[in-house]
Design a binder for this molecule. Structure first.
Ligand code: UDP
Ligand code: MG
Length: 341
């Protein structure tokens, strides 16, 4: 297998012969990461294809099999037999949605690219509205949910809290109620493909690149079949990941805390010295000693943990491993690259 190089860093490995034929570039690419979505594949295509055909533009659908353990890949390949506009990327294992999406964006060829979920929570019919805005000259058209669905009160509060913290700590502003469902111009996708970072907080990356943006409103329904792949713990890790990849504040704040604690300590030292000189030594002080030791010990450990998190991230970046590994690229009949690497 060769690798897709970016400067001297590779963002993903692909079989060597999987050269992209630029001549057949369609107008629209729809990129769909799929993880254990076997049941949803037929439902998805039954709705997606008519919606895309109604647009009157050439298109390709790229499905990324993110290491599914069910029959997702078989079903996709079955569909591909009668569908020349479907390309399937099979990753070597489960890399997670963000990286699967990166793989799809990397292989997309369309002048406009729309990432969407496989579970029909993103209505394919909305793509028509996005396309209209794109024709008006917008380079990013994001889709905003009209309401949060399938979430309890605690998740809503958590989401609010996350956005508040993110806004205050980082330079990029995340649009609310907006997920990965959006349309991006080729320029934008090329920019994102050139970002070599290993931690892919797509929401942040999409916001960071900027460009002329417009929005449309859509209604997000429930999952067509199957269950969500994200639990609360995963989401918490995801939120923390997002924060630390888009802000250095957690790293820097300890300088200020340290300065504050040191100044207070200095004042206290002066006070104790003067007291000792005037009134002599008094022995009690067990509590204050214990408290300051515990308090500072706690802060030091917390700081160390945060530095550790950033250091781990630097380690990941320095290793320069590919973001994703493509086991095989399945091109539609007639264009198959024929590799079994
Ligand atoms: N997904 C993926 N890899 C993963 C987890 C999820 O490719 O490790 C895909 C999944 O198949 C779906 C999309 O990401 O197409 C969104 O997942 P899900 O519907 O579970 O997320 P939710 O809508 O609950 O946020
Ligand atoms: Mg979903």
């Amino acid at each position: 297998a060769g690798s897709a190089m970016l400067g001297n860093r590779s963002i993903g490995t692909v079989p060597m012969t999987a050269a992209v034929n630029q001549n057949s570039a369609p107008t629209l690419s729809v990129v769909i990461p799929c993880y254990n979505e076997g049941e949803n594949v037929p439902l998805l295509f039954a709705r997606l294809l008519p919606a895309l055909e109604g647009l009157g533009v050439s298109f390709e659908v790229i499905c990324i099999n993110d290491g599914s353990r069910d029959d997702t890949l078989d079903r996709l390949l079955d569909l591909q037999k009668g569908e020349s506009r479907l390309r399937v990327i099979d990753l070597s294992r489960n890399f997670g949605k963000e990286k699967a999406l990166s793989a799809g964006l990397f292989h997309s060829r369309g002048q406009a690219v729309v990432p969407m979920d496989a579970d029909l929570q993103h209505p394919p019919e909305a793509i028509a509205h996005m396309l209209a805005k794109w024709r008006d000259g917008y380079e990013v058209v994001f889709a905003r949910r009209d309401a949060r669905t399938g979430q309890g009160l605690s998740e809503k509060i958590f989401a609010k809290g996350f956005y508040w913290v993110f806004d205050h700590l980082s330079d990029v502003r995340l649009p609310r109620e907006v997920g990965d469902f959006r349309l991006m111009d080729r320029k934008v996708v090329d920019t994102i493909n050139q970002m070599p970072e290993r931690s892919r907080f797509m929401k942040g990356i999409f916001a960071w690149v900027g460009y002329r943006q417009a929005e449309i409103i859509y209604h997000q329904g429930e999952r067509a079949a199957g269950t969500t792949k994200f639990n609360s713990l995963k989401l918490l890790g995801f939120a923390f990941d997002g924060l630390t990849s888009f802000s250095n504040f957690p790293l820097r704040v300890w300088g200020w805390v340290g300065a504050m604690v040191s100044s207070l300590a200095f004042l206290y030292i002066v006070f104790r010295l003067i007291r000792t000189m005037i009134w002599g030594i008094d022995v009690p002080g067990y509590e204050s000693t214990l408290m300051s030791v515990l308090f500072l010990g706690g802060i030091q450990l917390l700081t160390l943990g945060i530095i550790g998190d950033y250091l781990g991230r630097v380690f990941d970046e320095v290793k320069g491993r590919p973001l994703f590994i493509v086991r095989q690229l399945y091109e539609p009949a007639g264009k198959d690259d024929g590799t079994t690497s």
